[in-house]
Design a protein around this ligand. Structure first.
Ligand code: ADP
Ligand code: MG
Length: 210
């Protein structure tokens, strides 16, 4: 299975559906160590993304993801809008046409690089990076072992979910939560939790098309 234009659209729509369902939980997580807007930020962003996709006649999967990123940058304030926006734009740039599992893994790597270039977070800083990094590693390991896209995406989703849970004992060193210092310990990072949703959505749509 290639990552093609219909799959890109299905992925983004699945993320939007997951964000809609999980927005209250994301906001609750952000209320504990931030300002309580992560769910509503992403909900506003992905609602605008769905509207933008409706009028789009994409030339390839990358066009869908680039439009997603551009829309997130323009509609979502806060840290997460620009970070996810740049990530999706990097994914889009890396996927001009239908792409196999290895090429899609390189796109995931480009997305993580974009997050890190903008946010300067290291693994362990209690951010999006702490879910995306293990997801990418698991994805690559699965592809190296011969997995197809659905299997590799499933491995990535499991690793992202675990990565998000593993942020609980960490002290935040980037973003708003870092202002709390040691009081950020004991809570799951909202951005890592939303990154887990992004990878879970990928696993679901690739499994559905397998
Ligand atoms: P804000 O913090 O501006 O209110 P959000 O609440 O939408 O924005 O997003 C918060 C999330 O953004 C955090 O939980 C964290 O995962 C992520 N984040 C913040 N700063 C960074 C950074 N420098 N690098 C990566 N992710 C970050
Ligand atoms: Mg916030």
């Amino acid at each position: 299975m290639d990552f093609d234009t219909p799959l890109a659209e299905a992925w983004v729509r699945a993320i939007a559906a997951a964000v809609e369902e999980e927005a209250p939980r994301l906001t609750e997580l952000d209320s504990a160590i931030g300002d309580g807007d992560h769910g509503s930020n992403l909900l506003r962003g992905f609602t605008a993304v769905l509207a933008a996709l409706d009028g789009l006649d994409p030339a390839g999967p990358g066009a869908v993801l680039t439009r997603t990123g551009t829309t997130l940058i323009s509609k979502v304030g806060g840290a997460a809008g620009p970070l996810y926006g740049k990530a999706f734009r990097a994914l889009g740039a890396a996927l001009p046409g239908p792409s196999g599992p290895a090429a899609f893994g390189e796109a995931l790597a480009a997305g993580l690089r974009a997050v890190r270039d903008l946010g300067r977070a290291e693994p362990g800083d209690k951010t999006i990076v702490d879910a995306w990094t293990p997801a990418l590693a698991a994805y690559r390991a699965a592809v190296a072992a011969g997995a197809d896209l659905p299997r590799a995406a499933g491995a990535a989703a499991d690793a992202a979910g675990q990565g998000a849970l593993d942020t609980v004992p960490l002290q935040a060193r980037k973003g708003r939560a870092s202002y709390l210092g040691p009081r950020s310990i004991g809570h799951q990072d909202p951005g890592a939790a939303s990154t887990a949703l992004v990878f879970r959505a990928l696993a679901e749509v690739t499994a559905a098309q397998a």
